[in-house]
Ligand binder design. Structure first.
Ligand SMILES: [Zn+2]
Length: 416
């Protein structure tokens, strides 16, 4: 790939427990940051490339990337506005409903969300009359949230900001972090700050993609520099205890190809659910603490790469046109790892107006409005946002009726 190679920080140590990390079990090579979309006027500029590889710590079971990029480089102008996916919004509303009931929240409660994005989730609490506070480091997104009436502070949550946040609004009853736990390299400091920010009776609720689903379904494209950690229940329990938080419940969620919702408490307000013991046992039987599991996964991903590359080359040779659907970060890992570029895929469509008109990082494939799919009718469309495949197939029914075919790459390559 073209570009300037930049060596991010390689500590060689586990970010959880500090033990020496073994070699990576999967090396995806050098690639640009998955969310660094390129403006058309910068199309000839070199991109900065970073190594992307993952290793497993046998001491504390934390799966993590081996080369870290500073959070300031990753999140200062993040372009992922979550509100644009219907199933995502439905999931958020169900979460607000479920937490409001579970914790009997009312106008005296304070719900804080770390990584609150444009406020899509907090808004459902606001509608229920519950006081909210968003914490969102991407200044452009925090501004949008504030303008739409979601009070949001634009800081990185952690030891440097927690005192200031408490001073403004007091401690929180519930702290939510959806897809945030995986993003924070200094995870021990982060969880200690969560402990500090919680009222003694409070709970923290975190959601993140589940390592077991990633391994089961070969979801290697959810690996990118923003995602420092890939969690199991076994690993979260140890991390939480280090920050004097108790893991007391866990639920599996279908979103994002399989996620966990975990509940942590500061004091023993809630009984520890039997779900915890069950999940830990399941993970042990599955081999989550066994390094062979990770080696096998690495081999499986390499095979998937060869197969998908072969299919696309074959279609191209037969004179077929190929587009892609969904300019999501995960798509960038997949395309850059496989080495696909604009010579192979003509364009990608995406529903987010913030991405339309830009180019994908690394591959430089142009991002167009979703209606272009029907206008241009490519023979095949690779679904990069495969976790929303059902929704996309329903919306693009007409494309298939007219003879277009979708390629779903993960967990198994399917042509529909
Ligand atoms: Zn460790």
């Amino acid at each position: 790939m073209q570009g300037k190679y930049f060596l991010p920080r390689l500590t060689g140590r586990c970010l959880g427990c500090g033990n020496k990390l073994p070699d990576a079990f999967l090396d995806l090579g050098e690639m640009p940051l998955a969310n660094s979309y390129v403006a058309p006027e910068s199309k000839d500029k070199e991109e900065i490339l970073y190594r992307l590889a993952v290793a497993y710590c046998p001491a504390c079971y934390l799966v993590q990337i081996t080369h870290r990029v500073a959070p300031e480089q990753l999140f200062s102008s993040y372009s992922y506005f979550s509100s644009f996916s219907n199933s995502f919004l439905k999931h958020a509303e169900a979460m607000a409903e479920s937490l409001t009931k579970k914790f009997v929240l009312d106008s005296n409660s304070l719900i804080a969300e770390i990584g609150s994005n444009d406020g899509y989730l907090l808004n459902f609490f606001r509608e229920r009359g519950i006081p909210i506070l968003g914490i969102e480091p991407a200044k452009n997104i925090a501004r949008v949230a504030n303008e739409s009436g979601i009070p949001t502070v634009d800081v990185f949550f952690g030891p440097d900001s927690v005192a200031q946040i408490i001073k403004a609004r007091g401690q929180a009853d519930i702290i939510i972090g959806n897809n945030v736990l995986a993003h924070v390299p200094l995870i021990n400091d982060f969880l200690l700050s969560v402990n500090k920010y919680l009222k003694p009776t409070g709970s923290a609720v975190f959601e993140f993609p589940y390592l077991k689903d990633l391994l089961d379904h070969a979801e290697f494209d959810t690996i990118y520099h923003e995602h420092v950690f890939y969690y199991s229940v076994s690993a979260v329990k140890i991390l939480a205890e280090r920050a004097k938080l108790q893991l007391y419940d866990v639920h599996h969620q279908d979103i994002h190809g399989g996620s966990l919702r975990v509940f942590l408490q500061k004091e023993r307000q809630h009984e520890v659910s039997s779900n915890i013991r069950k999940m830990l046992l399941k993970e042990e039987q599955y081999g989550i603490m066994d390094k062979d599991l990770y080696r096998n996964f690495g081999e499986k991903v390499e095979k998937l790469k060869t197969k998908l590359e072969g299919l696309l080359l074959e279609l191209k040779k037969a004179g077929k046109t190929i587009a892609a659907y969904g300019a999501a970060a995960k798509g960038n890992t997949l395309l850059n790892y496989i080495g696909i570029d604009k010579n192979m895929i003509d364009f990608v469509v995406d529903r987010s107006p913030y991405k339309q008109g830009l180019l994908l990082p690394g591959t430089r494939i142009p991002i167009l409005h979703q209606d272009e799919l029907l206008k241009r009718m490519p023979d095949y469309t690779l679904v990069l946002a495969w976790n929303f495949a059902e929704e996309i197939l329903a919306q693009q029914d007409e494309y298939r009726k007219r003879g277009g075919k979708f390629i779903i790459p993960i967990p198994e390559i399917q042509v529909i």
